[in-house]
Ligand binder design. Sequence first.
Ligand code: SF4
Ligand code: FE
Length: 482
Amino acid sequence: MMTADEYRESLRKLRRAVYAFGEKIEDVVDHPLTRPHVNAAAMTYELAHDPRHEELVSATSHLSGRRINRFNHIHQSPDDLVRKVKMLRLLGQQTGACFQRCVGFDALNAIYIVSYLIDQEHGTEYHSRLRDFVAYVQETDVMCDGAMTDAKGNRALRPSEQEDPDVYLRVVERRKDGIVVRGAKQHQTGGINSHELVVMPTTAMREQDGDYAVSFAVPADTPGLTFIFGRQTNDERKLGGEIDQGNARFGFVGGEAMIVFEDVFVPWERVFMCGEYEFALPLVETFSSYHRQNYGACKGGVADVLIGAAALIARCNGVAEAAHIRDKLVEMVHLTETLFNCSLACSAEGQVTPSGGCYVNPLLANTVKLNTTRFTYEIGRLAHDIAGGLLGTLPSEKDLRHPVVGPYVQKYFQGAADFPAETRIRVARLIENMTSCSALVECMHGAGSPQAQRIAMFRQANLAEKIDLAKQLAGIADEGGA
Ligand code: SF4
Ligand code: FE
């Protein structure tokens, strides 16, 4: 298993075209815009070596029998799924941010299950290729990005109906030795600091969309790839100072990027689906369910930090003993534990599939994520309520340090005497950033928009069985037309 420092060093060796603010970033490890995200992902390496957490953050490979980082593991049992969400909560607590590595983790597990099904149906060899790739990932401990979301163009049109055929990533050439692909993947969490990109289709496909039903893995430094780093709320604060960032070490979101694939070659041994359009939806659903499983855990851990920050600022403000503050903190705890309960439940109800990979209960996993789209906003609203108006009006770190105005900032932002003004300002900045637009939008749209969860839940809700239950108790006969 790599250490955190080995992970950083390995990223330095990747030669890629990463752009941000109209300029090329030569080293994502040290650049102030990307460094926090590298640090957050590095925690997935660091904690695997921590004897207090190794049972959660490492696992035994079913392929090699060796100890590996859990983020490269194929779940073998519901116990593995439970350990996964406990690990994610721990990492959320330690970073207060998105640590990104779950996307590739979920991609490997989803393709593991679906490639087996494709092989059963078509006599292909995708599953053995994927196993070889997983063995390589486990051995080298590289970080994988799970790349699903396409640009999508006009949402009312199918992939093959789009005016610009590239707005969904597609195969443009099939060769003897591999395929050539073109397109882009959007909002890629951890995109600029992963070693490998594991690509999947983004939606259900029909026969005419066959070129778009493609899944594969490529190293992040493959020719033809361009990474364009996304802006985040208050990101210019990363370019100078520390306090105003709130969480300068880890940031708050996943360092999302757009990744452009301009005629990228992929050898056959790294292709896991190519044209089997009827398996695009199962792959999307499997990946999504795994990623939706996570949100009550990673965001639960982040919420633990936010609850702590809200409790601390209440002390700084001198109102910690007020009954309404306690009520609001309890409400935050209630919402956070409800999120985590659902993550645990969909994991404990997981089932081993014919491939051997253990799959979450998808209905419960979708419930986790739909709750996250609401509860995290409510948790953030309560933090804002408790903290007070300074969240929106605080002077900058430079003013705090300024010889003329600094003493005024110190004097008039002082709350309860036990806490220096700087403490109050630091906590307020942490809350501000953890509840910023970028942080909340990740909770809303990461792992798919709320409507995607509703569609999945409607499909899995088994309404026919529920209608039968109602008919039985109401004494309605089947032939009653109901
Ligand atoms: Fe992992 Fe959560 Fe970030 Fe998704 S949002 S990559 S589950 S930490
Ligand atoms: Fe995410």
